[in-house]
Design a protein around this ligand. Structure first.
Ligand code: FAD
Length: 390
C-alpha cells in the first residue's frame, strides 16, 4: 500500500511527485512513457512530447505570473537535483500594436513579480532583432533574466528523476479505473494490475475526462492544436542568432526560436490557437488527433504568417506539422482540489500555458495532499472545482 500515488507523469504530475516525495514517504508516480512509434501506439498521449515551451514571468493574468515566477526560480534546483538540464534563457519578446492592453497587463503583473522588463518601439525591436519585419506602430515587451524556453520532455524527465532520488517509485502504466475502497483507493492499470494507496492525485491533463478517471465529469474543454515546424539550416541559423521566444498579441501566435530536436535537426516552431481547432470529448478521437498531422489550413496560414514576420524563413524548404492538445477549465486556472473526500484529488487544466508554471501547480497539489496549511499567494478557492459538477 502506497501513501500517495500520482497518476500522470506529465508536467504537473511529475512536479507534484517531486514535491510530495520531499514531504512524505510512500509516494509513487504512475503513467506511461512516451510512445516510440506514435502512429502504432494504442494508449494515451501527453501534451509535453516536444522540445520547446515558452516560459516567462510576464503574463496578463497575475495568477499565471506568480506561479511562473515561483516555478522558474526552482529550475536551477530541479536541474541540479536531477542532473538533467531543461531551461534555456533565450529571453522573451511580446509583440503588440501601439497601446496593446495585453502587453500593458503583462508588464504590470510581470513587474509586480520581479520580471526584468523593457518596453521597445518598432525601431528598438528592429535594432535588437534585425530579422523581424514589424509595422511602424509595433510595440514590444522584452523580458530578460527569467524568460526563454524549456524542453518539456527534459523537464518531465528531470522532475521524475528528482522524485526518484527523493524516494518515489516510478511505475510505467496507464490507469483504467480508480476506485475508492475501505481505507484508501485502488487503481487498476491496463494489464489488470491493482495498486493501492491511501490517496491519489489525478494529473492526467487532457485525458482526464475522456478516460473517465475522476469521480465527476470535470467538463474540461480539450482542443486539438496544430503547430508548424520549419527546419533551420546553418546559414539561416546565423541570421536568427539571439532570437527570443515570442508571442504576438493580435493573433495569439507563439514562436519558439531554433531548438535542436531528437532527430538531430534544428527547428523553429509556431502555434496559434484558432476557432476552427477541433474539440474532443471521446478517447478514440483524442488519440486519433495525436496520431494525425493536424490541420492543413493551419499549416498554410502559419507558414504565411511566419515568413511575413521573419522573411529569412522563405529560404527554408522543410516545413512540417505536429499535433498537441490544450485543456481548458471553466476558471482559466488549473483545478487543484479534492474530488472525493480526502482520498481522490486532482491537479488538471494547463489552459494552454501550464508548462511554465507546472512546478508551482505541482507544489500546490503536493502541499494539499500532504495536509499542509495553505500558504500559496493564490487563495485556495480560486483553484477549487466549480459547484455543480456531477
Ligand atoms: C502546441 C502546444 C504548445 C504549448 N506551448 C506552451 C508554452 O509555450 N508554454 C506553456 O507554458 N505551455 C504551453 N503549452 C501547454 C502545456 O504543454 C500544458 O499546459 C502542459 O503540458 C499541461 O501539463 P499536464 O501535466 O496537465 O498535462 P500533460 O503534460 O499532458 O501530462 C499528463 C500526463 O498524464 C498521462 N496520462 C494520461 N492519461 C493517463 C492515464 N489514463 N493513466 C496514467 N497516465 C495518464 C500522460 O501520459 C501525461 O504524461 C502548450 C501546449 C500545446 C498543446
Amino acid at each position: 500500500m502506497h501513501r500517495i500515488i500520482v497518476i500522470g507523469r506529465g508536467m504537473i504530475g511529475s512536479a507534484a511527485g517531486r514535491h510530495l516525495a520531499g514531504l512524505t514517504d510512500g509516494v509513487a508516480l504512475l503513467g506511461p512513457d512516451e510512445p516510440v512509434d506514435r502512429t502504432a501506439h494504442a494508449g494515451v498521449f501527453a501534451s509535453h512530447y516536444d522540445e520547446g515551451r515558452m516560459t516567462r514571468v510576464v503574463d496578463p493574468d497575475p495568477n499565471w505570473s506568480i506561479t511562473a515566477k515561483r516555478s522558474i526560480e526552482r529550475y536551477a534546483e530541479i536541474e541540479a537535483e536531477s542532473g538533467i538540464p531543461f531551461f534555456t534563457n533565450s529571453q522573451f519578446l511580446g509583440l503588440g500594436a501601439a497601446g496593446s492592453d495585453y502587453l500593458a497587463n503583462c508588464e504590470t503583473h510581470g513587474r509586480a513579480n520581479g520580471a526584468d522588463t523593457l518596453g521597445l518601439d518598432a525601431d528598438g525591436i528592429r535594432a535588437r532583432y534585425p530579422f523581424l519585419r514589424v509595422a511602424d506602430d509595433a510595440e514590444g515587451l522584452h523580458e530578460g533574466r527569467n524568460a526563454g524556453h524549456i524542453s518539456p520532455r527534459a523537464m518531465v524527465r528531470a522532475e521524475c528523476e528528482a522524485a526518484r532520488r527523493r524516494g518515489a517509485q516510478l511505475i510505467a502504466g496507464e490507469a483504467r479505473a480508480i476506485r475508492p475502497v475501505t481505507g484508501g483507493v485502488e487503481i487498476e492499470d491496463e494489464t489488470g494490475t491493482i495498486y493501492k494507496a491511501e490517496k491519489v492525485l489525478i494529473a492526467t491533463g487532457g485525458f482526464t475526462d475522456v478516460c473517465g478517471l475522476a469521480p465527476r465529469d470535470l467538463r474540461l474543454r480539450v482542443f486539438g492544436r496544430t503547430v508548424v515546424l520549419v527546419r533551420i539550416e546553418a546559414d539561416v541559423a546565423r541570421e536568427l542568432a539571439g532570437m527570443p521566444t515570442m508571442s504576438h498579441a493580435e493573433t495569439g501566435a507563439y514562436i519558439l526560436p531554433p531548438i535542436r530536436y531528437p532527430d538531430g535537426h534544428t527547428y523553429l516552431k509556431i502555434g496559434i490557437g484558432t476557432t476552427d481547432d477541433p474539440e474532443f470529448r471521446a478517447l478514440a478521437d483524442l488519440k486519433g488527433w495525436f496520431k494525425s498531422e493536424g490541420s492543413a489550413a493551419n499549416r498554410r496560414d502559419f507558414q504565411g504568417f511566419l515568413t511575413t514576420l521573419i522573411p529569412v524563413l522563405a529560404r527554408c524548404d522543410h516545413w512540417h506539422t505536429a499535433t498537441c492538445a490544450v485543456t481548458w477549465t471553466a476558471t482559466g486556472l488549473p483545478y487543484i482540489d479534492y474530488a472525493l473526500d480526502n482520498r481522490i484529488a486532482l491537479a488538471v487544466g494547463g489552459n494552454g500555458k501550464g508548462a511554465k508554471s507546472c512546478d508551482d501547480w505541482g507544489w500546490i497539489a503536493a502541499e494539499m495532499l500532504a495536509g499542509r496549511e495553505w500558504s500559496h499567494p493564490i487563495p485556495r478557492e480560486r483553484l477549487e472545482l466549480p459547484a455543480g459538477l456531477t
